[in-house]
Structures are given as C-alpha cells and as structure tokens.
Design a protein around this ligand. Structure first.
Ligand code: LHQ
Length: 264
C-alpha cells in the first residue's frame, strides 16, 4: 500500500485493519476510506480471512471525517458532503454485508463517522476509557454513515435523539449498559479480549455467521411472518453446510468441532 494511513495484516484467519493517523486521532480522509473499502473487499473474498478486526492506532479509535480534507471552504460555498458520503456509504454497507464477522476494538474516542463505523461492526468491544460521541451536531451536521438507523435500533429513540442532539461523549461502560455495544473492558485487556473473540470466529462456522448476518439484516425490515420464512430459507442453507454436520457430529461424539467455515 502506498500510504500507511490504514494498516492491513492477515494471520491465523484474522484480518486486522488499523486506522493509522494517530496524530489526527485517526480522522478519516477520503483516501483512507477508499483503502478501507478495498481492504474489506479483499477480506470478503479471501479464504485466508475468517474474521476482521477494526481498530485505531494511538489514543483514539477514530475522530470521524477529517475536517481538513476538503470538506469545508472558509467563507465560500460549501462542498457537497453527499459526494463525500458516496465514499463512506459503501464501507458501511460492506461491513454490514461482509460474509464474515467484523469486530470493532474501540481503543479510544469514537466520534462522528468514527462512531458510526464502530457501530456498523458485528461486535463492539471498547476500552473502559473510550467514549462514543455523535459529534455531528457540534458542527451543524446530522448523524450519518448509518447512525440514524443504528442508534434507535440499538438503544431506543429517546437515547438516540439525546446522543445525536446533545453530541456529548458517552463512556464505554454506559454504552454497554445501554446496549449500544457488546462489552466495555479494562484498557489493558482490550487487545486480549478482542483477539479471543476474533480467534473464536476464525475457527468458527464462517458460512453460518454470514447467514446470521443476512437474517439480522432481514429482521430490520421484516414483520415476524416474513422473518420466519427468511429464517427457514437461511436455516436450510446452514443445515446443508459441512459445519452443521461437523457441529452435530462433534456434539454427539463429545469432541470439539473442527469447522471449515465453508458453504459446501
Ligand atoms: C482532527 C479531527 C477531525 C481533523 C481531531 N478532523 N482533525 C462529515 C463530513 C462529510 C461527510 C461525511 O460525514 C461526516 C461525518 C463526520 O464524521 S462529522 C464529525 C467530524 N468529527 C468531529 O467533529 C470531531 C472533531 N474532533 C473533536 O471534537 C475532538 O478532536 C475530540 C473530542 C474527538 C477529541 O478531543 P481531544 O482529545 O481534545 O483531541 P484534539 O481535539 O486536541 O485532537 C488532536 C488532534 O487531532 C488535533 O490536531 P493538532 O494538529 O491540533 O494536534 C485535532 O485537530 C485533530 N483532529 N479530530 N475530525
């Protein structure tokens, strides 16, 4: 990669993506978003990747859009931020539809689009010292990158509106208590906890996880009746996978399953 604003490495079935502009709290430039999307595309199809971890270098997870990266003109007509979102939205969609689990390791402040990026992940671990901030209102914007969709679903309308309109930092422990994230952990335990989860995913039923993501995506729009049909269709696929045969076989034989993660 020409630039080191995004560190990418894959080992032991886990692709690690590290936002790497620590001096700017990993604020997102358009070049970073382009590289992040490309890295996610590779992770989606690479047989070497069965789980993705997204984190930030230094003291922050991500401070959102880099406000010095051509998104503001002093005194002049303002650029069309919709065009910027043309680069962000594919990343959010890619995370949500990635056929592998994506784990966010929120090591410090996650603000604006940085918070949205974390919340788009399947499982969010955060260091106890980290905060989530819907910073958008501080600069006259609305929450984007999926936050207006995710927040009310995760924590309800009242809290979603409070976070968005007051734009105050929400400490990781409260984020966990509210159900915004999976888990707040001691700062010095974050890496180990995330590694343990990612390793578990990397040796898990990858295809089944992909189907789970499809089921949850469907549930966001379906009534129960339609969701039951969707579950039936997806479960038929899961049940035809070698990992189902392996899982049940291992259970009955009282041994540890060895999942390939494959569809067939
Ligand atoms: C930054 C940033 C930053 C540039 C810290 N940009 N440099 C927007 C537009 C377009 C379309 C897509 O959608 C979006 C969505 C968004 O993400 S809007 C929200 C953008 N983010 C923000 O408004 C947050 C701005 N940052 C902050 O409020 C603070 O930095 C927080 C509260 C995150 C952290 O505060 P501190 O711990 O006090 O750190 P700091 O402010 O001193 O920042 C450290 C450095 O990072 C500093 O640079 P410098 O060269 O002075 O040391 C900041 O300028 C830089 N930085 N965020 N978003």
């Amino acid at each position: 990669m020409a630039d080191d604003h995004l560190l990418v490495s894959t080992a032991d079935g886990i692709t690690r993506l590290t936002l790497n502009r620590p001096d700017k709290l990993n604020a997102l430039t358009r070049a970073m978003m382009r590289d992040l999307e490309a890295a996610l595309e590779r992770a989606a199809v690479s047989p070497d990747c069965r789980a993705v971890v997204l984190t930030g270098a230094g003291r922050a997870f991500c401070a959102g859009q880099d406000l010095a990266d051509g998104v503001y003109v002093e005194g002049g007509p303002q650029p069309d931020l919709g065009l910027v979102l043309d680069q962000y939205n594919p990343v959010i969609r890619r995370i949500r539809t990635l056929p592998k689990p994506v784990v966010a390791a929120v090591n410090g402040i996650a603000a604006g689009a940085g918070a949205s990026l974390a919340l788009a992940c399947d499982l969010v671990f955060a260091a106890r010292s980290a905060n989530f901030m819907q910073a958008f209102a501080r600069i006259g914007l609305i929450p984007d990158c999926g936050s207006t969709w995710m927040l009310p679903r995760l924590i309800g309308e009242a809290r979603a509106r409070g976070l968005a309109m007051l734009a105050e930092p929400l400490p990781a422990e409260k984020a966990e208590a509210w159900g915004l994230i999976w888990k707040a952990v001691d700062d010095d335990k974050l890496a180990a906890e995330v590694d343990a989860a990612a390793s578990r995913f990397a040796s898990g039923p990858t295809y089944g996880f992909a189907l789970q993501k499809q089921a949850f995506a469907g549930a966001a729009q379906n009534a129960l009746d339609a969701q039951l049909d969707l579950e039936r269709a997806l479960q038929s696929k899961a049940g035809a996978s070698p990992d189902y045969a392996e899982g049940v076989g291992a259970f009955l034989a009282k041994r540890k399953p060895s999942f390939t993660g494959r569809e067939s």
